[in-house]
Design a protein around this ligand. Structure first.
Ligand code: ADP
Ligand code: MG
Length: 387
């Protein structure tokens, strides 16, 4: 890939002199969904697919961007004096947001740069291509300008820019999983404290298969914000006298004893998901450490049921993929991953069942939904790097 992107950079910008190549992964969350803004745990891992980039410093204040994924847009020009979100800037708002966020931390670029991107991760599907672009941009800035930032800082800067420059109210999970990724490990992260632990993912003859519904999230962001405020309100109804800061502080038993203080039934279901999903995530990591993959898979399945029935963020497409997967012999666990309403599912599938899985889930999906799903057999990769 390095040769391909360097060659393309030369074609697009006329020279590769001084150009350096970089990579940041995408991520998939194995379990712990919609817990990251509820002070709970998540368990994502970085992937070996992600965003490749080439960059080179310039002698002036110009910024030039080119993405092989948006080739028809050609070179998009801007300047360091224009670091504010602009609708017409399209995808370049992601790297520009990171440059702006570096500036907000006192790290100002003294000259512009030319950047080329090439992602091999599906866009807008819940594998966090946006966070991948943010982290690769941060890594480029650190490497080319010599800024002293840790990978954890890159995660925080990426989230800050996505929240404040791109107006997406995401939690810390995506950028953290990408910036802190470690080959063959998932990251058990407490989103309330940012304490984390790596857990080796030893699947003993099974693979991680991602099924992409090809349904765009559409209404997703408004529903996402609605779920966030439902959880905040539920928390405020049960918080008094409990000494808790977040729903992630509650055990299932504590929740059951106070839940009737949440007046609205839908809101009670949302809070139930946040509490139970957090506890499920803790149990799932224990199961993995004990090499109990069957229990890990069962908890993944329960996670999906909770997201479908209590949190109500799945939809027909994701339910069709997951319910078809559950019927296949050799599927250890399957659930929606990411924010929901479209995007992807993640399944743990025994090696010998992978082809059957892709064939049968693919057929059922096409018959039920009317268009095809895409499948990715993925490996767990590391965080950002220079190639
Ligand atoms: P997700 O992060 O789940 O993939 P988002 O909607 O948050 O979905 O982010 C997708 C957006 O990120 C794209 O529409 C585009 O603006 C930007 N993006 C992601 N990958 C690339 C890329 N390789 N080149 C240019 N822009 C990209
Ligand atoms: Mg995103």
């Amino acid at each position: 890939m390095k040769d391909i992107i360097l060659k393309k950079f030369g074609e697009v910008y006329g020279t590769t002199e001084g150009a350096r190549a970089f990579f940041a992964p995408g991520r998939v969350n194995l379990i712990g969904e919609h817990t990251d803004y509820n002070g709970g745990h998540v368990f994502p891992c970085a992937l070996t697919i992600g965003t490749y980039a080439v960059a080179r410093k310039r002698n002036d204040r110009k910024l030039r961007f080119f993405s092989m994924n948006f080739e028809h847009l050609g070179i998009i020009e801007s300047s360091l004096d224009e670091l504010k979100p602009m609708k017409e800037a399209g995808w370049t708002n992601y790297p520009k947001g990171v440059m702006w966020a570096f500036g907000e931390r006192g790290m100002h670029l003294d000259c512009g740069l030319d950047i080329l991107l090439n992602g091999n991760i599906p866009n807008g599907s819940g594998l966090s291509s946006s966070a991948s672009v943010e982290v690769v941009t941060g890594f480029i800035l650190k490497s080319l300008y010599g800024f002293d930032v840790s990978n954890q800082d890159l995660a925080l800067i990426g989230q800050f820019s996505e929240n404040n420059f791109n107006g997406v109210n995401c939690g810390i999970m995506d950028q953290f999983a990408i910036a802190m990724g470690k080959k063959d490990n998932a990251i058990f992260l407490d989103t309330a404290t940012l304490e984390y632990e790596y857990a080796p993912v030893k699947l003993q003859g099974a693979k991680i298969v991602i099924s992409c519904s090809n349904k765009k999230r559409g209404l997703g962001s408004s529903k996402y914000n609605e779920r966030r405020s439902e959880c905040e309100m539920a928390l405020s109804e049960i918080q008094s006298g409990m000494g808790i800061e977040t729903l992630g502080d509650l055990t299932e038993e504590q929740f059951e004893s106070v839940k009737m203080a949440i007046k609205d039934e839908d809101r009670r279901k949302r809070a139930k998901h946040a509490v139970y999903e957090n506890q499920r995530t803790i149990k799932a990591v224990e199961a993995l450490k004990a090499n109990d993959i069957a229990l890990f898979g069962k908890l993944m399945n329960e996670s999906h049921v909770s997201l479908r029935d209590d949190y109500e963020v799945t939809g027909e497409e994701l339910d069709t993929l997951v319910e078809a997967a559950w019927k296949i012999d050799g599927v250890i666990g399957s659930r929606m991953t990411g924010a929901g309403f479209g995007g992807c599912t993640v399944s743990i599938v025994k090696d010998e069942a992978v082809d059957r899985f892709i064939d049968q889930v693919g057929k059922t999906y096409k018959e039920t939904i009317g268009y095809a799903a895409d499948f990715y057999v993925v490996e767990i990769g590391s965080g950002p790097c220079e190639l």
